[in-house]
Design a protein around this ligand. Structure first.
Ligand SMILES: *Cc1c(COP(=O)(O)O)cnc(C)c1O
Length: 362
């Protein structure tokens, strides 16, 4: 198969399935006889209501979301959730966070504004290159929730086993791994994900929240938009939602169903990441930045150990037609983000390129 678009290794916004983009193009000027583009539609119209309803129903089916969980489409991307979670879930004003990298650090900093935050485990000692053991942590009885970032986009780690929360509510930021593998929703009190990493266009988060955690007795100064209850009561349409993102995400949900759901997606993601990890493990020049057991299937940071050489790889990769391989400044080196929509051909082409680069720089 010839792939004639750019292999975009960006950490986000990222690639979307080509067939989804084609469908969107075909519906651009006249969505199913409505005479309008979805961008032009009233969010109160029947035709848009059907788009939202189908998006939610398809997501519920894909993830097997139990009936006692609400699905919310909220604007503000991922970052708004750093505040919304503590604002809504801190009943006793106490929460426990696991610090595994850049995104959990941001979540911790924001949560501290709203209550007492205890960092119960951290991998800061080794530059966030692993997931700490969370099988038996000291979690205070009155802690409102335990928070994790389930895939650290910048550091390239992922949780293969969830923490033992000792009966407390688990909250997870799944932004950079959402829908990349099957998920047992009832293990969590709340899952949220900014959609621009693994699903659709930027500017929206999906929140999956157990109904009993939706409260109304919040600080009266809480902005109306920042109460989960506002969105739950209004079917995510209290105000004008991000109609375009909901529409595009809905298409991706249908696409995932069509290929065989999250189990099939997971298989493909494992095969794709293996192409790159196998290369890194055998390379004498490049080295992965994460311990093998905690490696992410989605974000793969790697280095040569020499800053100038790293920069040369990035420059050569651009010339070879790849994009966004530069690593985040906090880790350095390179990073290949290979989300759901990256075809395996992209991983193979990257390895071919890196192999050639290595041969030329012995
Ligand atoms: C990108 C990202 C965010 C922030 O998302 P924005 O929509 O840019 O606010 C939060 N958490 C993780 C894990 C991310 O990868």
């Amino acid at each position: 198969m010839k792939y004639n678009r750019t292999f975009n290794f960006s950490a986000g916004p990222a690639m979307m399935p080509e067939c989804v983009l084609e469908e969107i193009r075909d519906e651009m000027m006249n969505y199913r006889g409505s005479g309008m583009c979805v961008m032009e539609m009233s969010h109160r119209s029947k035709v848009f209501q059907q788009i939202v309803d189908e998006a939610e129903a398809d997501l519920r089916e894909l993830m097997g979301i139990p009936d006692n969980y609400k699905v919310l489409f909220v604007q503000g991307g991922g970052t708004l959730q750093f505040a919304m979670v503590p604002m809504n879930l801190m009943k006793n004003g106490k929460a426990c966070y696991v610090e595994t990298g850049a995104w959990s650090k941001k979540a911790i900093a924001e949560a501290k504004k709203y209550g007492e935050v205890t960092v119960i485990a951290s991998s800061a000692d080794k530059n966030f290159s692993y997931i700490p053991d969370c099988s038996d942590l000291p979690i205070p009885e009155d802690c409102d929730y335990v928070y994790i970032c389930e895939n650290e986009t910048i550091n390239g780690t992922t949780w293969n086993k969830l923490p033992n929360t000792k009966g407390h509510i688990l909250v997870s930021d799944q932004s950079s791994m959402f829908l990349s593998k099957p998920c047992n929703v009832s293990d969590y009190g709340l899952i949220w994900a900014g959609v621009q990493k693994n699903v659709g266009p930027a500017g929206m988060a999906v929140v999956i929240i157990r109904e009993d955690l939706i409260r109304d007795d919040l600080d009266p100064k809480t902005p109306i938009y920042m109460k989960y209850k506002t969105h739950a009561d209004a079917g995510s349409m209290y105000n004008t939602p991000n109609c375009w993102a909901i529409y595009c995400c809905g298409k991706v949900f249908k696409y995932l169903k069509s290929i065989g759901g999250l189990e099939e997606m997971h298989k493909r993601n494992i095969a794709k990441a293996k192409v790159i990890y196998d290369f890194l493990d055998s390379s004498k020049l490049f080295k992965g930045a994460v311990v093998p057991e905690d490696r992410s299937l989605m974000n793969i940071p790697f280095v040569t150990g020499d800053k100038d050489l790293d920069a040369a790889v990035v420059a050569a990769s651009k010339e070879a037609g790849f994009d966004n391989l530069k690593g985040h400044k906090s880790v350095g080196g390179l990073r290949a983000s290979v989300y759901n929509a990256m075809p395996i051909e992209g991983a193979q082409a990257l390895v071919e390129f890196l192999t050639k680069f290595e041969a030329e720089h012995k």
